[in-house]
Ligand binder design. Sequence first.
Ligand code: NAD
Length: 488
Amino acid sequence: MAENPDHCSYAELFIGGRWRKPAAAERITVISPHTEEPIGQVPAAGDEDVDAAVTAARRAFDDGPWPRLALAERMGKVADLAAIYGRHIDGMADLITAEMGSPRSFSRLGQAAGAASMMHLALAAARDFPWVERRQGVLGEAHLRRAPVGVVGAIVPWNVPQCLIMPKLIPALIAGCTVIVKPAPETPFDALWLAELVEQAGFPEGVVSVITGGPSVGEALVRHRGIDKIAFTGSSATGRRIAAVCGEQLKRVSLELGGKSAAIILDDADITKTVTGLKTASLMNNGQACVAQTRILVSGRRHDEVVDALATMMSSLRVGDPSDDATDIGPLVAQRQQQRVQDYIRSGQKEGARLVIGGEDSPAERGWYVLPTLFTDATNDMRIAREEIFGPVLTVLTYEDEDEAVRIANDSDYGLAGSVWTADTAHGLEIAAKVRTGTYGINMYMLDISTPFGGFKQSGLGREFGPEGLDEYVELQSVLCNGKLPPL
Ligand code: NAD
């Protein structure tokens, strides 16, 4: 591929490990969320490109060397990729900031460095993973072998793009799968740059493809009979549709979907520390985080104090150019997203919640900005309490006692994340056991990329990270023997 120093202009797709001209002439123009000016273009793949990528991946899986290499050799190649990637963390962070407006303070650590760590942690998990084991069965000793699941289609959204590709691509590659990555049309550049790095690492033909495009490209991948497994992150609505197609074809599927997480502030919590913790837990990445703690549950006894402290913290946040290191809140990814968040703010007011700070007016003449916005006097049946807003908007709900707090936290279609803030961590653990979410924080909410992550209820199926993240890319084969098995 030709020199492309800023990684913002691609004429070709990465199909089967080679740069190829797309079948169709259609292009995607990426618009800067800060300036509203175009920043570059990529091809929009067509059905023929999807088919070419799947055919290459199928051939590489069925007949190529990759799944047949020794595990150590595959891990060595992934480690080469991790080493190359590690040299580009700052550049990758800046590219993601340009594409989707994540403040640089977040995109360094929470996007690019996080993605690099995911590669190393997946390699570490693979070292201890039980690829083969022996078990005493009723008929004799059984040999259990974990085989690669096959050709994987990895479909991701735009909010933390590299951190969503890595927990799919890397464990799949280590397991011996071949992979086709489909990024969101808002963030194609980071994925195509990753393709360049994959090319430099030198994977065998067909093992990795990156094809850019919108929902129709994702849909074509999901429907393609050559794919064995879809690994998807995105909205619950799309996840439901993908699961239906996969169900019809009995294709493996894992889903990381939306959330509407509740932060329960108990009466014994230190409010200053709690609000400092919520600054990140609720508002990271401009509030565009599936795990954002956006329902703030507080008792009537401490309501005013918490609302005042939240309002002070949120008004002090610096809103502006995401490439400025001092910025806390950048623009939302797209005008469509800004309008969606503004619509939620209007609906909160219409439904009778009280706007404490912020509002629907954009603070800038240019760029898709929304001010940090705080609602209180809300009830859990309002749209701002039930639906995922995906912007810097928090809703305070009041509870009478802890049972009611837990009931409100659980009264949600989602079950992705949650947190409790208390002076008594043992009690925090008791609260965690009552809340139906895949991850939980006591006096914090951060995602630990070495522990299993995924959702209860409509927040998904399956887990990423740790050995459980590898489980998603293997099929378990039991081998029985009429005679003695050789030692392992
Ligand atoms: P989305 O579901 O609209 O799109 C996600 C991806 O799916 C994109 O690449 C899109 O092009 C593709 N797509 C859309 N329709 C498709 C279809 N019918 N078939 C196949 N692919 C299709 O998601 P979004 O609204 O852009 O992203 C935000 C959502 O992602 C939020 O709901 C957020 O909570 C969720 N998310 C979840 C996690 C998690 O780990 N649980 C992490 C980040 C984001």
